[in-house]
Design a protein around this ligand. Structure first.
Ligand SMILES: C[S@@+](CC[C@H](N)C(=O)[O-])C[C@H]1O[C@@H](n2cnc3c(N)ncnc32)[C@H](O)[C@@H]1O
Length: 354
């Protein structure tokens, strides 16, 4: 299957796709913010892209969200995962829908993405704490889903505090780790005497002996408990937790394309690397500026992208082409999308053929 870029309504397009084809969904919908969104906001070439105003209020929004999530659940593989991006406007309602459609037992994380340092809106009359984070709900379709732990470098102070021993012969820094078995005898950790200390150890006597011979066990004096040498340069770093404050939003210059609500590539890199493998298919039913599609390509994943905005489709196609991502097959859905959408898809296909 090739990559496919659809111009059309996400629910309609998803309804036309076969069941069980997506390994990973990234869904970044309108958040129920009661706002209109413009490309190049405030500039002479400003242009309205999409509206997040709902005449029928929260009920209408939730009905739309439910129809979208039902399709996502149908199109996702049993081994697949889904990340839904939202914020305080409707996150609690969306979580209830996700529990209903994906199953409460398949909820994996509520990730807090700190997208801003501070929001000094008190001077405009705001009477609440600054709202500076988005929420990402992570669900799997079943118990058996792709998972690759992601690590970030250790905090500098932690390294200084923990990896404070220097091995003079090699210049390597190391920490001294506990060798006793967590949970003691109740967890089946073997009990024996090693270098004069009797404990329930983490490893078998044979393995402890091998570690000692390899110079990986240190006993600082005769009556101290032996410890394990953990070299800093062999460590992965800290496993990423559910609070993400190390990924900055897109700023002027760099990645910024002037598309409203554009998400940073690093955010998508983290999601895609954690929850999919090379060759897997990412589906983004509201791709906007195409951040997820570009990142998926860079990471060797295939993808299907859908957006109802012609502007988003053109921008993303150019963005992908600039990055040398080929082939981008723009598909239409014949009768299922509006005439305007079909015309634009034809136009895009013609442009590509030239
Ligand atoms: C929050 S933005 C996505 C931003 C994107 N993640 C990025 O990094 O640029 C939401 C997108 O949903 C699209 N959209 C809104 N309603 C839609 C619908 N019913 N079907 C398909 N796309 C829709 C909008 O055009 C907009 O591009």
């Amino acid at each position: 299957m090739s990559n496919a870029l659809y111009l059309g309504d996400c629910v309609e397009v998803l309804s036309s796709l076969p069941s069980g084809i997506g390994d990973l969904f990234y869904v970044d919908p309108p958040f129920f913010s009661n706002r209109n969104y413009f490309a190049n906001a405030g500039k002479p070439n400003q242009r309205k892209i999409f509206t997040d105003c709902w005449v029928g209020g929260l009920d209408e929004y939730c009905q739309w969200m439910e129809s979208l999530l039902v399709q996502c659940r149908r199109v996702i593989k049993e081994s697949g995962s889904m990340y839904l991006h939202c914020d305080q406007h409707a996150s609690h309602y969306v979580k209830v829908l996700l529990d209903k459609i994906f199953g409460y037992e398949n909820f994996r994380n509520e990730i807090i993405w700190k997208r801003q340092n501070a929001h000094n809106d008190w001077s405009q009359g705001a009477r609440h704490f600054g709202r500076i984070h988005d929420v990402l709900f992570f669900y799997s379709a079943s118990e058996d889903y792709a998972w690759n732990p992601v690590f970030v470098p250790y905090d500098e102070h932690y390294v200084e505090r923990t990896y404070r021993h220097l091995e003079n012969a090699t210049g390597r820094y190391y920490a001294l780790g506990d060798l006793s078995g967590p949970g003691g005898a109740s967890k089946g950790n073997p009990r024996f005497t090693f270098l004069g200390a009797t404990r329930n150890w983490r490893y078998s006597q044979e393995k402890m002996q091998k570690l000692l011979e390899a110079g990986r066990i240190v006993q600082t004096s005769q009556d101290t408990v032996p410890k394990l040498k953990r070299y800093l340069d062999e460590m992965n770093g800290t496993q990423v937790q559910d609070m993400w404050d190390d990924i900055k939003p897109v700023n002027r210059g760099g990645e910024k394309l002037g598309y409203p609500t554009q998400k940073p590539c690093r955010l998508l890199e983290r999601i895609i690397s954690a929850s999919s493998n090379r060759g897997d298919v990412l589906i983004d039913p509201l791709f906007g500026s195409g951040t997820s599609l570009l990142t998926a390509s860079k990471l060797g994943r295939r993808w299907i992208g859908i957006d109802s905005s012609t502007y988003a489709c053109n921008l993303t196609r150019r963005r992908l082409e600039r990055a040398g991502v080929e082939p981008v097959i723009v598909q239409n859905l014949d009768q299922q999308v509006s005439t305007q959408a079909i015309d634009t898809v034809r136009q895009l296909s013609r442009t590509r053929a030239q």
